[in-house]
Design a protein around this ligand. Structure first.
Ligand code: SF4
Length: 130
């Protein structure tokens, strides 16, 4: 994991194992481990950046930004945007009106913050009059 935000991570100095379950761990044991990691993430000031990083780099394993690997997979599968998605502009505009930052929108939609900003500006730009 790289990035200046990492300096402020609540998990800094913690054992890496706290965020990665051992192989072949399922059911209640896995949930208990993931819940413990999520509790640390819940109080982390860089949670949004961490979650965005894990989604955009398609990090496969571990808990990042309070999201388990399964939750990230679901978010990516459910919301990976397509340029041809007719509802993408509406979804971004609605989240923006509700006060979400580009970063937060990106985390939810599996997009980078820059991609959200570009999409938003492109669609909100004044029409050219010729
Ligand atoms: S959100 Fe969780 S995994 Fe990410 S930096 Fe913070 S404590 Fe660590």
């Amino acid at each position: 994991m790289t990035g200046q935000w990492r300096q402020n991570a609540a998990c800094r100095g913690m054992p890496v194992d706290a965020f990665f379950h051992p192989d072949n761990t399922y059911g209640p044991t896995r949930r208990r481990l993931e819940d413990a990691a999520k509790k640390v993430c819940a109080g982390c000031s860089v949670r949004a950046q961490c979650g965005e990083w894990a989604l955009t780099t398609r990090e496969v394993y571990g808990v990042y930004g309070g999201l388990t690997e399964e939750e990230r997979k679901q978010i990516r599968g459910r919301t990976t945007p397509s340029r041809h998605d007719p509802n993408l502009s509406t979804r971004i505009a609605r989240m923006h009106r509700n006060g979400c930052t580009d970063r937060e929108i990106g985390v939810r939609l599996g997009m980078t913050r820059d991609a959200v900003a570009k999409h938003r500006h492109r669609n909100h730009a004044p029409r050219r009059v010729s």
